[in-house]
Design a protein around this ligand. Structure first.
Ligand SMILES: NC(=O)c1ccc[n+]([C@@H]2O[C@H](COP(=O)([O-])OP(=O)(O)OC[C@H]3O[C@@H](n4cnc5c(N)ncnc54)[C@H](OP(=O)(O)O)[C@@H]3O)[C@@H](O)[C@H]2O)c1
Length: 318
């Protein structure tokens, strides 16, 4: 078997944990990139024991903190030196949570779900380019369907709590903005990294059952809704198997810059002005993503904001 070295962020619970089990069970080297080391250590130990794979490693990282990501990447380079697969699975989404900023003064959802993954990828891309089959996977969400409404746009005016633009804080708006930004980064990185042979993919996740532990992170009122959703969602192992297929299968070796659905069909941009029936079909189906994701001006803005935010941090550090 062609053994890979894989980083999975947020590997201590839910889909990330199930993906770690899958990759480790198949004999790959897995680096679990987790925020809470003490909480994650027994999970790492359990997976290593159950799979009989002692190449399951745990490294601490807070994906919402640029300093933590830089520390992770420099430790990673020293200890592991090679990387084939980078799975950006960790995400911030907390029902009912108040407005919060990252340690770098950025709205926490965008920092954790878009700017943080961008920085980690940029800091590790040379290792990826040394791999003969490098793949990056972004965990997307069906929340981006909101952008099928042509009036919806990413709201860049609240990333740093800019004055003069009061909008009521919404966990959902922040989350959907961050996941749309991540999809745009997927398409942009595919072009930027093509010469280096690094492929980038995004997976639209429609839902995965939340573990007891994940449920406890949710505020009690919202927990009831999450429990009801759980009745309809697939287990995390289902999505973990999709991660595995996207990142290892030969059939995607020459594919890049695509957004997959849960059947691993390549999703297509939605038709705009297709009429009400088309709108309904597109809204309920899983075949298309909003055409907004291909907006080049907005994509350039996402890219330049990510560069600006992460570069500003590196200047502060030097
Ligand atoms: N579950 C769904 O219904 C659903 C639907 C659409 C998309 N998704 C996407 O699927 C991915 C996995 O979700 P899940 O359902 O498996 O969620 P989960 O069980 O809540 O796991 C999320 C993971 O991300 C980690 N994380 C959060 N903030 C972090 C940070 N700042 N730094 C490092 N790690 C951090 C968490 O660590 P801690 O344990 O330390 O908090 C946890 O390990 C996410 O990208 C999510 O947006 C999920």
């Amino acid at each position: 078997m062609n053994q890979k070295t894989v980083i999975i962020t947020g590997a201590n619970s839910g889909i990330g944990k199930a993906a770690t089990q899958k990759f480790a069970g198949e004999g790959h080297t897995v680096i679990m990139a987790c925020r809470n080391h003490d909480k994650s250590q027994p999970i790492r130990d359990q997976i290593a024991t159950e799979t009989g794979n002692d190449r399951v490693h745990l490294e601490q990282v807070d994906m919402g903190s640029f300093e933590s990501i830089r520390d992770f990447c420099s430790t990673y380079r020293e200890k592991y030196q090679e990387l084939d697969i980078l799975i950006h699975n960790a995400a911030y989404f907390n029902h009912g949570a108040p407005y919060k900023q990252s340690p770098d003064g950025i709205e926490i959802t965008f920092a954790t779900n878009a700017a943080g993954p961008f920085l980690m990828t940029m800091l590790l891309r040379d290792l990826l380019s040394d791999s003969d089959d490098a793949r990056i996977l972004h965990a997307g969400s069906n929340i981006i369907k909101h952008f099928l409404n042509p009036k919806k746009e990413i709201d860049f005016d609240h990333l740093r709590n800019e004055p003069g633009n009061p909008r009521e804080h919404s966990v959902y708006i922040n989350y959907r903005n961050s996941k749309m930004a991540l999809l745009m980064l997927t398409f942009k990185m595919a072009k930027e990294f093509a010469d280096a042979g690094i492929k980038t993919y995004s997976l639209q996740i429609n839902g995965a059952t939340m573990s007891k532990e994940a449920l406890m992170k949710v505020k009690p009122g919202w927990r009831i809704i999450a429990r009801i959703q759980n009745l309809f969602f697939r287990p995390p192992e289902f999505t973990a198997n999709l991660y595995y297929e996207i990142c290892t299968s030969k059939r995607f070796r020459d594919t890049t810059g695509v957004h997959f659905n849960h059947k691993l069909d390549v999703m297509q941009p939605a038709k705009v002005d297709g009429g009400i029936i088309t709108d309904i079909k597109q809204g309920v189906g899983a075949d298309v993503y909003p055409a907004y994701a291909l907006n080049e001006d907005v994509t350039e803005k996402v890219w330049s904001i990510c560069c600006e935010l992460t570069l500003a941090h590196s200047k502060l550090k030097s």
